[in-house]
Design a protein around this ligand. Structure first.
Ligand SMILES: Cc1cc2nc3c(=O)[nH]c(=O)nc-3n(C[C@H](O)[C@H](O)[C@H](O)COP(=O)(O)OP(=O)(O)OC[C@H]3O[C@@H](n4cnc5c(N)ncnc54)[C@H](O)[C@@H]3O)c2cc1C
Length: 306
């Protein structure tokens, strides 16, 4: 219930104005977001890499509505990739992109051209791109784009969401040699017709999907903060004899940093998903929806700034 209310707020421009202008916001956002500019992104990446982590950078922004916005997002990624390479931060750092930020909702060809340019720049920089997955109305289009991109850029990563009923089958499709697949629970409010609704069902689906990916020939990227699922991931890595370069754990910046350090200390590859940019509102609201405890943190920061 609370989750649906927060997810609804994430789409409200009135709530956005209220939150964005509240005095607290800067500190709260900083917990989950590197900052607003490329320099902030580079600084945070450098720190994470120095701590033995790998990184995937997300230039915040989704659902662009004009070609100019989509092109600006593409250009931001091109500049970021160049800066990462110049700073010697590739291949430890790669990028995650949302096709909706590149124009998918109003011009699929434009989104494809934009993401292709980003993949080419990533090749040039010696790193990879992962296509974030958004709500279920875009799943087919995003997977179609993935297939096309992989012809020239085979290392392009996919994201599959365990809450979708279709995902176990998608995992089988995408478990082939070299296929980089991030498995997450899923962050959007989805109808029962397409998605499991209870946490238990989603967790069970995650384990089934994890088994498919870890027993397959691809490169699984287990994106979760859930201690039970992480333990199952560690168990399957032993069972299927996967070394640190044959799968990875992924977590979000600012969430369970000690666990990220512990796993890296044990020799696993751990990638931190690092968002940066001006357009942090939708991202922050999804993090709040996932974990109402974060609301307490948010409220405390509000009170302390009054
Ligand atoms: C790297 C990465 C990339 C992602 N990419 C996408 C994407 O492309 N598309 C998409 O839809 N979603 C994406 N997500 C979000 C994902 O779908 C989930 O919404 C999000 O990760 C929360 O699910 P969870 O597996 O962490 O478990 P949850 O069900 O949120 O939490 C399970 C347990 O984890 C622990 N935990 C969680 N948060 C905390 C915390 N803050 N502090 C301490 N313990 C905590 C608690 O024990 C909790 O009970 C991504 C997530 C990650 C980590």
């Amino acid at each position: 219930m609370l989750r649906s209310v927060i997810l609804a707020a994430s789409r409200s421009s009135q709530v956005e104005r209220l939150v964005a202008t509240a005095p607290l916001t800067r500190d709260v956002v900083r917990r989950f977001v590197a900052g607003t500019g490329t320099d902030d992104a580079l600084r945070a990446t450098r720190e994470l890499v120095a701590d033995g982590l790998t990184v995937t950078l997300d230039n915040l922004g989704e659902d662009t509505v004009t070609p100019d916005q989509a092109t600006a997002t593409r250009d931001e990624y091109l500049a970021l990739l160049e800066a990462l390479a110049a700073a010697g931060l590739t291949p430890a750092a790669e990028v995650s992109v949302k096709l909706s930020a590149l124009g998918q909702r109003f011009d699929e060809q434009l989104a494809y051209d934009n993401v292709r340019a980003i993949c080419a720049a990533a090749d040039q920089a010696g790193t990879t791109v992962t296509l974030d997955m958004e709500d279920h109305t875009t799943t087919d289009a995003t997977l179609d784009t993935l297939v096309k991109l992989r012809k020239d850029h085979p290392s392009t990563g996919a994201v599959l969401q365990a809450y979708l009923r279709r995902t176990e089958s998608d995992c089988r499709e995408l478990a082939g040699v070299g296929s980089r697949v991030r498995l997450c629970k899923g962050a959007y409010a989805e109808p029962e017709s397409v998605a499991y609704q209870s946490a238990r069902e989603v967790d069970k689906s995650y384990v089934r999907c994890l088994n498919v990916l870890m027993s397959g020939a691809g490169y699984p990227m287990l994106a979760t903060h859930d201690p039970r699922l992480i333990a199952i991931g560690e168990d399957r890595a032993r069972w299927f004899d996967r070394g640190p370069d044959e799968f990875e754990f992924q977590m979000l910046y600012g969430i369970r940093p000690e666990e990220q350090a512990r796993l890296a200390g044990e020799g696993y590859t751990v990638r931190t998903y690092l968002p940066y940019g001006e357009d942090w509102y939708g991202y922050l609201m999804r993090r709040l929806a996932e974990r109402p405890a974060n609301l307490v943190f948010f409220g405390r920061a509000l009170a302390s700034r009054k």
